[in-house]
Design a protein around this ligand. Structure first.
Ligand code: FE
Ligand code: FE
Length: 191
């Protein structure tokens, strides 16, 4: 019978694991809420501009007439969203500046691949709705946060513009849900 030998306990290192360490701030990192507000405006400004280029492609790929119209209408609204953000920058006495939004880029990439991975017709339409709603939800989260910042910062002009856009993003999301619910998803199921 073999004798049991005890394995020696490993010596624990005392250094902090990387995951629990604080992320060091960049040199130009935002110090105040106002800075974070302006940075976030630059992000969504980039995102809205990117959407004015991406939506026509999505519209071209859609088959359902209601969906085509919804995307076309929202494209026109999106152009207004860009203008409203320019008004926000103006109200803050800042030059309108776009900063690449990695999250929106990711959502748009996903939208592109969903179109490549679906045959044109009801199934691709369902995919386009899914991708569009992810975009709308991102915008709703962003404008909700920006409006909350504008409120505490007492940037009333910005708040008015941000809330107007937020309302349109929510309406668009609801419309997409109703288009999917009424007919499209069933059609996609039977395709
Ligand atoms: Fe928008
Ligand atoms: Fe939108």
């Amino acid at each position: 019978m073999a004798t049991k030998t005890k394995t020696p306990a490993r010596t624990k290192t005392k250094s902090t694991p990387a995951a629990s360490r604080k992320t060091p701030a960049k040199k130009d990192a935002a110090k105040e809420l106002k800075d974070l507000f302006e940075d976030s405006l630059k992000d969504i400004y980039w995102a809205e501009k990117a959407l004015t280029k991406a939506l026509p492609k999505m519209q071209k790929n859609a088959t359902d007439e209601k969906l085509k119209k919804a995307i076309g209408d929202h494209l026109n609204q999106t152009k207004e969203h860009v203008e409203r953000l320019e008004e926000c920058f103006k109200a803050l006495g800042k030059k309108a500046q776009a900063k690449k939004c990695d999250a929106m880029q990711g959502l748009l990439d996903e939208g592109k691949s969903i179109m490549e991975e679906t045959k044109p017709g009801a199934v691709r339409d369902a995919g386009i709705i899914a991708a569009s709603q992810k975009v709308e939800h991102y915008e709703i989260a962003t404008y909700g946060t920006l409006a909350a910042y504008a409120k505490v910062l007492k940037e009333d002009k910005c708040l008015k513009y941000l809330l107007k856009t937020l309302g349109e993003e929510k309406k668009c999301d609801e419309l997409l849900t109703s288009i999917a619910d009424t007919a499209l998803n069933k059609k996609a199921m039977n395709a």
